[in-house]
Write a protein that binds this ligand. Structure first.
Ligand code: ARG
Length: 737
């Protein structure tokens, strides 16, 4: 009898005890209420207070939001503080823009890496800022207090923006802090995040791209991955520890908390936790929104960005200076088009729209069971369906001409519109003012850090893409121009711009501004094309904007209804808000996965894979000789695992997205075990629907990071600064005593 009872009890316990917390980007402020019980069950050994406290130092104080400027509204990446002198780790691809800006053909840190051997050698990363979260608070009530039922959606948004600005100003304490209020659950809740922003950030170290970007865009978004995706910065402050602009007098900031680094490595099922600044997810997107993305929006952006990166690639590989010029721009575009390609594939393959439609059907059933709900939510899904249909019609007419209108001489010619309008009015004062304004524009800026052959090809190819995408009905002016003046040859039009436009080179522009002539502008082929593009764009813009606003309003309504639906039908379910570039926490475990039938992927990869992938001379798969030698000699020092292998990257089930790049992945004691840097191909649909079976975070192992700093670069000055920890081996011997 007793036995049976125990058996039943155990069975129940194992059900309750089976925690699947992987999904969710949680607000740290609610950790105790929503997540702590789960996290403890999964192995966490810290208290809620040690994770997030506004009174005492806590783990959150080691997490850094990376941005540009002193008053950012969001963060492009995450970093973590790892020493008492505010040494900061982030990804190589996060530091990439700074490394590029600091590189020249003579000092090519992108290609060769960089290691400061002393504070004096560290290089100011101009424009980069490091934000620390001081506190966060729920401001929903204050925000909602200024709203009423008679407001239109636009009036409502204006009122919210005004109230948010007022609350932010009050919380800034005379600009000491940078408070940011963000909407959550599609504007159904509002939170304020108060940050302290440090603007003196310096580059301390980076591996060469052949380590930091090993595998390039071919391996990007994929596992197995052998990328040492890390770079090292330091945060500086004035003598009092306050934020200050760059000055040689500044001192390394003494942080409230820094992360110890563990040499223990990972085992399957180990607890993992990631803190950082995920940028955007759309977990509450409807099936209609998904169809729009897959059928319309992603293909447009994908095709434009892919075309642009292919052209950049062609010239970058031929010339080191061109490579430096375009490196960051190209990496961003390539990262996006490959992401969209993966999303198109995997949203279909993982049947995400079907999953959402099922939920929508259940939601509709719930709505229809109650007249009050029908009144409030009865139309929301139909409205969204209709509105996405409108967007599908007009989106191409907004995006394509917009990108063409920004290209080379076409883009520059746009600056002459005001002058032409003034000349047509024959108003002498207006003409003089417009001429003055032209003289005030620094046109050199448009040509700085550009390579003419590349830019010229871009213009030709963008016009070709546009011409092949649209017909005379969409843009009669442009079509007639090509047919009549250039006999149907769009390349002839492009060449006419390159050879004859007044706006094609800095010299021709300067000469033209000396003796401006409105008639000549009107006849300039770049200007004519620019106008045709603007007209096309304007034809789609009003319906596009109106539709976007309707989507906004109805997404707000849908999520409001969905939360009520869940609260009534699944009260035990905690919902988490979409990513919006605010500090989040996600916890899970180290796990392998099966990407396809009969295929199994390990949760770690080793340096042996670097040798397997190595292609001498290849721009993505070449490897520095020194790294080859160390790997071949298995000279890994204390960074080897128990089998003498060097683990390079590992997988975990944490729920992250872009913006989390550089985030610390930590063990149950809050020690750094790696840096998150990517997601995997099979779950590229994951920003819209989390896929527990398939979705993994790709992390670079902390031991590989330290190995590169120590053994590869010999930067022992940095190793000495770190708090490196290793657990005692199991207690068996002690017991035997
Ligand atoms: N996919 C990564 C992310 O979005 C960026 C990786 C950068 N590497 C590259 N080869 N482009 O976080």
């Amino acid at each position: 009898m007793k036995k049976t009872f125990l058996f039943v009890a155990l069975a129940i316990f194992s059900l309750v005890g089976k925690v699947h917390a992987d999904e969710g980007m949680w607000l740290p402020m609610f950790v105790e209420r929503l997540n702590y019980v789960d996290m403890e069950k999964m192995g966490l050994q810290l208290t809620p207070e040690e994770l997030y406290s506004i009174n005492n130092s806590s783990l959150k104080d080691a997490i850094v939001g990376l941005s540009e400027g002193a008053t950012p509204r969001g963060f492009f990446c995450t970093g973590e503080i790892v020493s008492q002198n505010s040494l900061m780790f982030t990804n190589h691809h996060c530091g990439y823009g700074s490394i590029q800006k600091l590189s020249t053909v003579e000092h090519d840190y992108l290609t060769d890496g960089f290691w400061a051997r002393s504070f004096e050698e560290e290089l100011p990363a101009e424009g980069i800022s490091a934000s620390f979260l001081v506190r966060m608070e729920d401001v929903t009530e204050q925000i909602f207090s200024v709203l009423n039922d008679t407001m239109s959606w636009a009036e409502r948004n204006q009122a919210i923006a005004a109230k948010a600005a007022e609350l932010e100003a009050a919380a800034s304490e005379d600009s000491k802090y940078n408070p940011i209020i963000k909407g959550f659950f599609e504007g159904n809740e509002y939170y304020m995040f108060v940050y302290q922003v440090y603007t003196d950030v310096r580059l301390v170290g980076t591996p060469p791209s052949s380590i930091g970007k090993f595998g390039g865009d071919t391996d990007n978004w994929m596992w197995p991955r052998h990328t040492g995706d890390f770079s090292i910065f330091r945060v500086y402050a004035d003598a009092e520890g306050n934020p200050a602009p760059y000055s040689p007098e500044n001192k390394p900031l003494t942080p409230k908390h820094h992360l110890p680094i563990s040499l223990d490595g990972v085992q399957q099922n180990d607890f993992t936790m990631i803190w950082g600044f995920p940028g955007t997810t759309e977990r509450y997107l409807t099936s209609y929104g998904i169809d729009y993305n897959v059928e319309t929006f992603y293909p447009i952006i994908h095709d434009i960005f892919k075309l642009q990166t292919d052209i950049m690639d062609e010239f970058m590989q031929k010339d080191a200076s061109v490579n430096i010029m375009y490196a960051d721009n190209k990496a961003g575009l390539a990262n996006t088009w490959k992401n969209f390609e993966g999303q198109m594939l995997m949203l279909r393959k993982n049947k995400v729209a079907e999953t959402k439609l099922e939920l929508e059907n259940k939601f509709s059933e719930w709505v229809n069971a109650d007249p009050a709900r029908v009144e409030e939510y009865g139309n929301v899904l139909n409205t969204l369906a209709e509105t996405y249909a409108v967007l599908s019609e007009v989106s191409a007419s907004v995006y394509f001409p917009n990108y063409v209108a920004q290209t080379g001489a076409i883009g520059i010619s746009g600056a002459f519109t005001r002058y032409v309008t003034a000349a047509q009015s024959k108003d002498k004062e207006a003409i003089a003012a417009a001429e003055e304004a032209l003289k005030g524009i620094d046109f050199d800026v448009f040509f700085a850090e550009t390579y003419k052959p590349l830019e010229d090809k871009m213009l030709v190819e963008m016009l070709k893409l546009y011409y092949n995408t649209f017909n005379a009905e969409a843009n009669p002016n442009f079509y007639n121009l090509v047919e009549k003046k250039y006999k149907g040859d769009v390349v002839a039009l492009a060449n006419d711009i390159l050879e004859n436009s007044n706006f094609a080179t800095p010299e021709s522009i300067k000469a033209f501004i000396e003796k401006p002539n409105a008639k000549k502008v009107e006849k300039d082929p770049a200007y004519i094309v620019c106008n045709a593009m603007v007209n096309h764009l304007v034809s789609g813009l009003a319906p596009y904007r109106a539709a976007m606003q309707t989507v906004d309003q109805n997404s707000h309504l849908f999520v409001k209804g969905l939360r009520e639906f869940y609260a009534e039908t699944q009260p035990e379910k905690s919902l988490y808000p979409d990513a919006n570039s605010s500090l989040r926490m996600t916890y899970g475990s180290v796990q392998d996965y099966q990407p396809a039938d009969a295929v199994s992927y390990d949760y770690v990869c080793t340096a042996n894979g670097i040798l397997e992938k190595y292609v001498p001379g290849d721009y993505e798969f070449d490897v520095p000789q020194r790294l080859l030698d160390l790997i071949e000699a298995k000279d890994f020092g204390q960074y080897a695992d128990e089998n003498g292998e060097l683990i390079v990257c590992f997988l975990s089930t944490n729920d992250i997205t872009g913006g989390n790049s550089g985030s610390p992945i930590m063990n149950s004691r809050g020690e750094l075990i790696g840096l998150a840097f990517d997601g995997n191909w099979e779950a590229m649909s994951g920003d819209i629907n989390f896929e527990p079976r398939l979705q993994r975070t790709i992390n670079v192992d902390a031991r590989y990071v330290l190995f590169v700093i120590d053994k590869f670069a010999g930067a022992t000055n940095l190793i000495e600064e770190l708090t490196i920890v290793k657990s005692e081996p199991a207690t068996e011997e002690v017991v035997a005593e």
